[in-house]
Design a protein. Structure first.
Length: 199
Protein backbone atom coordinates (compact mmCIF):
# COMPACT_ATOMS: atom_id res chain seq x y z
CA UNK A 1 0.00 0.00 0.00
CA UNK A 2 2.82 2.41 0.90
CA UNK A 3 4.50 1.59 -2.41
CA UNK A 4 1.30 2.43 -4.32
CA UNK A 5 1.02 5.70 -2.42
CA UNK A 6 4.62 6.61 -3.25
CA UNK A 7 4.07 5.77 -6.92
CA UNK A 8 0.95 7.95 -7.01
CA UNK A 9 2.81 10.88 -5.45
CA UNK A 10 5.62 10.50 -7.98
CA UNK A 11 3.12 10.37 -10.85
CA UNK A 12 1.53 13.60 -9.62
CA UNK A 13 4.95 15.28 -9.34
CA UNK A 14 5.99 14.18 -12.82
CA UNK A 15 2.74 15.43 -14.34
CA UNK A 16 2.98 18.73 -12.47
CA UNK A 17 6.57 19.23 -13.60
CA UNK A 18 5.62 18.74 -17.25
CA UNK A 19 2.74 21.21 -16.94
CA UNK A 20 4.79 23.84 -15.10
CA UNK A 21 7.55 23.63 -17.71
CA UNK A 22 5.06 23.93 -20.56
CA UNK A 23 2.56 26.45 -19.20
CA UNK A 24 4.16 28.07 -16.16
CA UNK A 25 3.25 27.73 -12.52
CA UNK A 26 0.43 30.27 -12.61
CA UNK A 27 -1.39 28.48 -15.43
CA UNK A 28 -0.96 25.02 -13.92
CA UNK A 29 -4.10 24.02 -12.03
CA UNK A 30 -4.85 21.23 -9.59
CA UNK A 31 -7.48 19.93 -12.02
CA UNK A 32 -4.89 19.91 -14.81
CA UNK A 33 -2.38 18.02 -12.69
CA UNK A 34 -5.03 15.49 -11.64
CA UNK A 35 -6.02 14.90 -15.27
CA UNK A 36 -2.42 14.69 -16.53
CA UNK A 37 -1.42 12.26 -13.78
CA UNK A 38 -4.46 10.03 -14.17
CA UNK A 39 -5.21 10.28 -10.47
CA UNK A 40 -8.03 11.87 -8.47
CA UNK A 41 -8.46 15.04 -6.45
CA UNK A 42 -8.62 12.89 -3.36
CA UNK A 43 -5.25 11.39 -4.20
CA UNK A 44 -3.80 14.83 -4.92
CA UNK A 45 -4.93 16.29 -1.61
CA UNK A 46 -3.80 13.19 0.23
CA UNK A 47 -0.24 14.07 -0.77
CA UNK A 48 -0.34 17.86 -1.14
CA UNK A 49 -2.22 20.56 0.76
CA UNK A 50 -2.48 22.67 -2.39
CA UNK A 51 -0.47 24.27 -5.19
CA UNK A 52 2.06 25.88 -2.84
CA UNK A 53 2.77 22.54 -1.22
CA UNK A 54 3.10 20.95 -4.66
CA UNK A 55 5.55 23.65 -5.80
CA UNK A 56 7.64 23.13 -2.68
CA UNK A 57 7.76 19.37 -3.29
CA UNK A 58 8.67 19.86 -6.96
CA UNK A 59 11.53 22.21 -6.15
CA UNK A 60 12.71 19.99 -3.28
CA UNK A 61 12.96 17.03 -5.65
CA UNK A 62 14.96 18.98 -8.23
CA UNK A 63 17.13 20.60 -5.56
CA UNK A 64 18.01 17.19 -4.14
CA UNK A 65 18.98 16.01 -7.63
CA UNK A 66 21.14 19.11 -8.13
CA UNK A 67 22.92 18.56 -4.83
CA UNK A 68 23.55 14.96 -5.92
CA UNK A 69 25.02 16.13 -9.26
CA UNK A 70 27.31 18.57 -7.46
CA UNK A 71 28.44 15.87 -5.03
CA UNK A 72 29.13 13.46 -7.90
CA UNK A 73 31.24 16.07 -9.70
CA UNK A 74 33.24 16.79 -6.55
CA UNK A 75 33.71 13.05 -5.94
CA UNK A 76 35.04 12.67 -9.49
CA UNK A 77 37.89 15.10 -8.81
CA UNK A 78 38.68 13.80 -5.31
CA UNK A 79 41.70 11.76 -6.52
CA UNK A 80 43.31 14.92 -7.96
CA UNK A 81 45.48 17.06 -5.71
CA UNK A 82 46.76 19.84 -8.00
CA UNK A 83 44.28 22.77 -7.65
CA UNK A 84 44.28 23.89 -11.30
CA UNK A 85 43.77 20.32 -12.50
CA UNK A 86 40.91 19.90 -10.02
CA UNK A 87 39.09 22.99 -11.29
CA UNK A 88 39.56 22.19 -14.98
CA UNK A 89 38.48 18.58 -14.48
CA UNK A 90 35.41 19.78 -12.57
CA UNK A 91 34.45 21.93 -15.58
CA UNK A 92 35.26 19.09 -18.00
CA UNK A 93 33.01 16.74 -16.00
CA UNK A 94 29.96 18.84 -16.92
CA UNK A 95 31.13 19.32 -20.48
CA UNK A 96 31.27 15.53 -20.90
CA UNK A 97 27.86 15.00 -19.29
CA UNK A 98 26.13 17.82 -21.21
CA UNK A 99 24.06 15.48 -23.40
CA UNK A 100 22.65 13.69 -20.36
CA UNK A 101 21.89 16.95 -18.56
CA UNK A 102 20.19 18.47 -21.61
CA UNK A 103 17.95 15.43 -21.98
CA UNK A 104 16.52 16.03 -18.51
CA UNK A 105 13.67 18.54 -18.54
CA UNK A 106 14.00 19.37 -14.85
CA UNK A 107 16.67 22.01 -15.27
CA UNK A 108 14.30 24.73 -16.45
CA UNK A 109 11.97 24.28 -13.49
CA UNK A 110 13.85 26.84 -11.42
CA UNK A 111 13.35 29.44 -14.12
CA UNK A 112 9.67 28.57 -14.47
CA UNK A 113 9.13 28.91 -10.73
CA UNK A 114 11.26 32.01 -10.14
CA UNK A 115 9.68 34.01 -12.96
CA UNK A 116 6.42 33.68 -11.05
CA UNK A 117 7.95 34.15 -7.63
CA UNK A 118 4.98 36.18 -6.41
CA UNK A 119 2.82 33.05 -6.75
CA UNK A 120 4.92 30.83 -4.50
CA UNK A 121 5.79 30.95 -0.83
CA UNK A 122 9.17 32.06 0.46
CA UNK A 123 10.21 28.55 1.49
CA UNK A 124 9.98 27.30 -2.09
CA UNK A 125 12.17 30.09 -3.46
CA UNK A 126 14.59 29.63 -0.56
CA UNK A 127 15.27 26.06 -1.68
CA UNK A 128 16.45 27.36 -5.06
CA UNK A 129 18.62 30.01 -3.41
CA UNK A 130 20.20 27.30 -1.23
CA UNK A 131 21.14 25.29 -4.34
CA UNK A 132 22.70 28.35 -5.98
CA UNK A 133 24.69 29.08 -2.82
CA UNK A 134 25.93 25.48 -2.62
CA UNK A 135 27.20 25.60 -6.21
CA UNK A 136 28.72 29.03 -5.68
CA UNK A 137 30.55 27.92 -2.54
CA UNK A 138 31.96 24.76 -4.13
CA UNK A 139 33.10 26.57 -7.27
CA UNK A 140 34.53 29.51 -5.35
CA UNK A 141 36.65 27.16 -3.25
CA UNK A 142 37.96 25.39 -6.36
CA UNK A 143 38.72 28.68 -8.12
CA UNK A 144 40.44 30.26 -5.12
CA UNK A 145 42.65 27.19 -4.73
CA UNK A 146 43.51 27.30 -8.44
CA UNK A 147 44.48 30.97 -8.16
CA UNK A 148 47.23 29.97 -5.68
CA UNK A 149 46.75 33.29 -3.89
CA UNK A 150 47.44 35.25 -7.11
CA UNK A 151 44.07 35.96 -8.81
CA UNK A 152 44.23 37.49 -12.29
CA UNK A 153 43.74 41.26 -12.27
CA UNK A 154 40.06 42.19 -12.07
CA UNK A 155 38.89 38.60 -11.53
CA UNK A 156 37.04 37.71 -8.34
CA UNK A 157 36.65 34.00 -7.53
CA UNK A 158 33.02 34.29 -6.44
CA UNK A 159 32.04 36.30 -9.52
CA UNK A 160 33.77 33.73 -11.74
CA UNK A 161 31.85 30.99 -9.93
CA UNK A 162 28.61 32.87 -10.63
CA UNK A 163 29.65 33.24 -14.27
CA UNK A 164 29.97 29.47 -14.59
CA UNK A 165 26.52 28.98 -13.07
CA UNK A 166 24.99 31.61 -15.38
CA UNK A 167 26.74 30.06 -18.40
CA UNK A 168 25.46 26.61 -17.43
CA UNK A 169 21.84 27.71 -16.93
CA UNK A 170 21.82 29.98 -19.99
CA UNK A 171 23.35 27.36 -22.26
CA UNK A 172 20.89 24.78 -20.91
CA UNK A 173 17.96 27.06 -21.76
CA UNK A 174 19.39 27.76 -25.23
CA UNK A 175 19.81 24.03 -25.87
CA UNK A 176 16.24 23.30 -24.78
CA UNK A 177 14.89 26.13 -26.96
CA UNK A 178 16.78 25.27 -30.15
CA UNK A 179 17.38 21.54 -29.83
CA UNK A 180 21.06 22.18 -30.58
CA UNK A 181 24.03 21.13 -28.40
CA UNK A 182 24.76 24.58 -26.96
CA UNK A 183 25.42 23.29 -23.47
CA UNK A 184 28.53 21.28 -24.31
CA UNK A 185 29.82 24.02 -26.62
CA UNK A 186 29.36 26.81 -24.07
CA UNK A 187 30.88 24.77 -21.26
CA UNK A 188 33.88 24.07 -23.48
CA UNK A 189 34.27 27.82 -24.09
CA UNK A 190 34.05 28.39 -20.34
CA UNK A 191 36.70 25.74 -19.64
CA UNK A 192 39.04 27.20 -22.28
CA UNK A 193 38.57 30.71 -20.88
CA UNK A 194 39.41 29.52 -17.38
CA UNK A 195 42.41 27.60 -18.74
CA UNK A 196 43.67 30.80 -20.39
CA UNK A 197 43.22 32.70 -17.11
CA UNK A 198 45.24 30.17 -15.17
CA UNK A 199 48.10 29.55 -17.60
Amino acid sequence: MARDSTATRERILQAAERLVLEYGFGSTTVDGVVAASGTSKGAFFHHFAGKDDLAKALVARIAAADHHVLAAALDSIAPLTEPTARLLEFLAYFERSADTVTAEESGCLYISVLTERQLIDTGTADQIVAVVHAWRAALTDLIQDAFHGRPPTGIDAERLADHFFVTFEGAFLLSRATGEPHLAAQLRVMRLMVTALLT
